[in-house]
Design a protein around this ligand. Structure first.
Ligand code: DC
Length: 239
């Protein structure tokens, strides 16, 4: 048999990597993941916003977020659309952009409550996996490396001590003129950590193959640099 000796063109398409970033609330992972995504040419996906949008629907429609049955019954009416414009994630509910309506204290509480409901997690699964299939994303959440992208190219568990997170949050709240004590902020953070990590479904925990990144001692810029370095190192220069 004649041996082919001609140079063959390599037609393989280099697929952009997917990066999972998980961790507790208030560690600054969204800020850092967003900046790292822009620097590396990846798309930043905030999955917490999806849970917040489902929570917002329940809030605006008088559905008790702790009543799993009522929330499940309302889900078929929740029309969420997730699009990207210049790399910015846009979420709409019933055709209307949610904007900052998902960032209020009430919306946070509702998001946390509905995220414990299996039907809600199943409802949001396909939306997230569609993005995973496209590739080239940095997806931030709680169960990304463990449930949504178990095959992610890079997994980072981005964290900070509860006291560090409470100090930052306390400062932010005071700057906004909100009357609150440091102890109250810390107690709320510890309660949320407990709820997120002890829930039965998709609890917050690092994937076995995640790089643990403790952000306590670094500035935001240093965190971005270190996160980018972890991603570059683990993707052999694909980004
Ligand atoms: O990241 P965040 O604070 O915007 O998330 C809002 C809520 O959604 C939070 O209580 C945890 C939950 N969440 C989740 O259960 N799974 C995710 N992948 C992302 C967020």
């Amino acid at each position: 048999m004649k041996k082919k000796t001609g140079k063959r063109k390599d037609k393989r398409v280099v697929k952009l990597p997917n990066v999972a970033v998980d961790g507790p609330s208030g560690a600054g992972k969204s800020t850092v993941a967003k900046l790292a995504a822009a620097r590396l040419g990846l798309i930043y996906v905030d999955t917490g916003a999806l849970y917040r949008t489902v929570g917002l629907y329940m809030l605006e429609n008088g559905v008790d977020p702790d009543d799993a049955e009522a929330v499940g019954a309302a889900l078929p009416d929740v029309r969420i659309s997730l699009t990207f414009e210049d790399g910015r994630q846009i979420l709409s509910l019933g055709g209307e952009e949610v904007g900052d309506r998902i960032r209020t204290e009430d919306a946070s509480r509702y998001a946390s409550a509905v995220s414990k409901i299996p039907a809600v997690r199943a409802f949001l699964l396909e939306e997230q996996q569609k993005l995973v299939r496209q590739g080239g994303i940095i997806m931030d959440g709680r169960d990304i490396g463990t449930v949504i992208m178990p095959d992610a190219d890079v997994k980072i568990y981005y964290t900070a001590a509860a006291s560090t997170r409470a100090e930052r949050r306390y400062k932010e709240q005071r700057e906004k003129g909100i009357e609150i004590t440091y102890e109250e902020v810390l107690a709320a953070i510890e309660a949320r950590d407990k709820q997120d990590s002890e829930r039965e479904i998709a609890p917050l925990r690092p994937a076995d193959d995640a790089v643990i990144f403790e952000s306590d001692d670094y500035t935001i810029e240093e965190c971005v640099e270190r996160v980018c370095a972890i991603i570059r190192e683990r993707t052999n220069g694909r980004v």
